[in-house]
Design a protein around this ligand. Structure first.
Ligand SMILES: C[C@H](O)[C@@H](O)[C@@H](O)C(=O)COP(=O)(O)O
Ligand SMILES: [Zn+2]
Length: 215
């Protein structure tokens, strides 16, 4: 796809993320895999101010275009693309319920069968490291080796998918799971969970069932 079209899709994804209540201020960032590297949102820029020319190309070596500064988190986006060849889009946000669970430093367990959207029986919580660091990107790579989403301790959420629409959809689903988890956790701890065999069955069914949107 042409760079300008992808840049517009990135901006639409950012704006939709805010409309869905998944983000606030300049928190979060969005990227797509592009020409061996990625196209990514610039650092510290309110989404409503973004234009196609604000989007930054970062190459495989981590070099970026002159005169533009990519998201401070380009390293963990790059780590996801290395770790997950199936991912073409990455979304990061500070959604309130995901971030609240991350502060408790807990994975989201199999409280609902939709946990399988993340590729397993839990949404993990990657250990804390300062934002923008190589250490954080290493934690992300480890957590997302066998998952499409992870919480970031004391920080937020990352989700990846084959395209931007699906990555945003996944981020929204995980936020719903986090909300369900916190709601039930206020009543009982540990929260009842589905057995691994049931999640394995749902994972199998999800191979042919999922979000259907026209490209
Ligand atoms: C401090 C940053 O907000 C950090 O939380 C980062 O992870 C983020 O969400 C937005 O940073 P960028 O504007 O640099 O993408
Ligand atoms: Zn962040």
């Amino acid at each position: 796809m042409e760079r300008e079209v992808l840049a517009r899709e990135i901006i639409e994804t950012c704006l939709e993320m805010t409309r869905l209540g998944l983000n606030q201020g300049t928190a979060g960032n969005v990227s797509v895999r592009y020409q061996g590297g990625m196209l990514i949102t610039p650092t510290g820029t309110p989404y409503e101010r973004l234009t196609e020319s604000s989007i930054v190309f970062v190459d495989a070596a981590g070099q970026f275009e002159e005169g533009k500064i990519p998201s401070s988190e380009w390293r963990f986006h790059q780590a996801v693309y290395h770790t997950r060849p199936d991912a073409n889009a990455v979304v990061h946000n500070h959604a309130v319920h995901c971030t609240a669970v991350s502060i408790l430093n807990r994975p989201i367990p199999a409280i609902h069968y939709m946990i399988a959207v993340g590729g397993g029986n839990s949404i993990p919580c990657a250990p804390y490291a300062t934002f923008g660091t190589r250490q954080l990107s290493e934690h992300v790579a480890r957590a997302m080796k066998d998952r499409k989403a992870t919480l970031l301790q004391h920080h937020g959420l990352i989700a990846c998918e084959e395209n931007l629409q699906k990555a945003l959809w996944l981020a929204h689903e995980v936020e719903v799971l986090a909300r369900l988890y916190l709601t039930t956790l206020a009543i009982v701890d540990p929260v009842p969970v589905l057995p691994d065999e049931e999640i394995a069955l749902v994972l199998e069914k999800f191979k042919t069932y999922g979000l259907r949107i026209e490209e």
